[in-house]
Ligand binder design. Sequence first.
Ligand SMILES: NC(=O)c1ccc[n+]([C@@H]2O[C@H](COP(=O)([O-])OP(=O)(O)OC[C@H]3O[C@@H](n4cnc5c(N)ncnc54)[C@H](O)[C@@H]3O)[C@@H](O)[C@H]2O)c1
Length: 342
Amino acid sequence: MTKTILATGGAGYIGSHVTLELLTSGYEVVVFDNLSNSSAKSIERVSRITNGAPHFIEGDVRDASALDHLFETFSIDAVIHLAGLKAVGESVAHPERYYDVNVAGSTTLFNAMFRHNVKHAVFSSSATVYGEPETMPLTESSPTGPLNPYGATKLMVEQILQDITGASPGWRSMILRYFNPVGAHVSGEIGEDPLGFPNNLFPFIAQVATGHRDLLQIFGDDYNTADGTAIRDYIHVMDLARGHVKAIDYLLANESKENSTPIVNLGTGVGSSVKEVLIAWEQACGFPIKSEITARRAGDVQISYADAQKAKELLGWETLYDLPRMCKDHWRWQKGNPEGYR
Ligand SMILES: NC(=O)c1ccc[n+]([C@@H]2O[C@H](COP(=O)([O-])OP(=O)(O)OC[C@H]3O[C@@H](n4cnc5c(N)ncnc54)[C@H](O)[C@@H]3O)[C@@H](O)[C@H]2O)c1
């Protein structure tokens, strides 16, 4: 029988790709999103690509009665909880919003799952929970120590989900710690559509490439790395989406242990510097991207990349796409949709 997955935040950048991948893998999907940082057009486009419309409910994860209505309407087998706020700088300026949406929103959702006997959850966490790392690569047991309220909310929800799962008969959950999701679906129909100033490197470069910004600011070239710029583990959003399907397959299969909440890094295991990314982008779009070196940005760590071994062993998941492909796919989306979904 077809299983039905609730994707909170399913209209967003990662959520739309996860929804698409779930649909093409034979799952039914209910998207629940308040559209505070996304557009319903992403869902329309996912429907067009897959010929299998996901259900879409506009609503807020802090709204218990909206969640009750959803769980009464659909028979949900598992939840992927992607909804949340994700801008590090904004979380420093407005921590109250982050604790409200990310933490209170999650407990409201988990309580609704209790009321409706839904016992499987995948949570979107982040490599930001690791803070300033001491050794590389980062394994799931590397010390945590978030440097900002955003990272703190992710770590809190990890703990909440682990406690609930551990204490509740029949519950099985998984925490996915994403590294740096980039790229877009090969169709060029869905992709990242940041509102305002982009916080991340790929959308920043993409906006310079489309002429929406004059030049890329490279925040610091005096790090202790080969070319002096910071190193991150970029992961293609479709690889990431496939990781979610593997996580759901695992939770819904019998091999998954009851009351356990494995934590799994989703990264490539390869680090790329800002300058390496810039070169790959220039090759993808075929023209130079103007840039300037500016001061380091507060709160940025020097190097961060994943040990991706656990995902391989537990889920049989490995990344398929390399940096040139990430740039190519991101550029196809941005070029075809210079104003995003607007
Ligand atoms: N993009 C990244 O670099 C990254 C890295 C690590 C983890 N994550 C996490 O992955 C998840 C998805 O991130 P994304 O990049 O797709 O961001 P996104 O902003 O594109 O998607 C988040 C979605 O959640 C929705 N949303 C926000 N508040 C909500 C609320 N109160 N109720 C219902 N819906 C709400 C937004 O409208 C949006 O569609 C987030 O939890 C984020 O913290 C993202």
